[in-house]
Design a binder for this molecule. Sequence first.
Ligand SMILES: [Mg+2]
Length: 210
Amino acid sequence: MPKEYLTIDETRDMMLVVADKIIEAEPILTDADRALGDGDHGIGMERGMTAVKEALDGNEFPCVGKVFMGVGMAMMSSMGGASGAVFGTLFRSGGKALKDAESLDGAGVATFWKEGSENVMSRGGAKPGDKTMVDSLVPAAEKSAAATGSVSEALIAAAMGAVAGRDASEDMIATMGRAKTLGEKSLGKPDAGCVSVAIIAETMRDFIDS
Ligand SMILES: [Mg+2]
């Protein structure tokens, strides 16, 4: 069933499902980072999402933005390292941009991804094409902004963008991030940050249908 919007509690429950999916995907994320980096991404994301579950489970939030901000703060304080900073920034700044909205609609989804991706770029310094999570974030923002409809349509569009970005990252030579020193040897494998962003966006999309 397509939905026009998600309530605050539904938004929280969606992020709890996202946390479970990422924890479940730890081996996939570890392998993706091991192929091009130091292999710590899976464990870091698992740790971050375990903290997210503690921060969200059974708690009430005054607005949808505070749900995402809670995700970001839990990731930032538990993960450490570059991933903690950038994923924390994604959720904190994306949530903050939603101000005091009491539901998440299609425009809210687009705002979340746009503000999140812009702040990750300004904080981390990566731009599209550098083979970092930005390569999934920017198309998620662009596709969801173009959807301009229900929350279902926006989440479907964001997931499409994030997955396309993950796939496109395979053909990029890293100029920032985990694989920067590999040069052309980074070709043929996706960026592990994009793999995480794609799982997050796909799980948000699938939450509506579940
Ligand atoms: Mg790493």
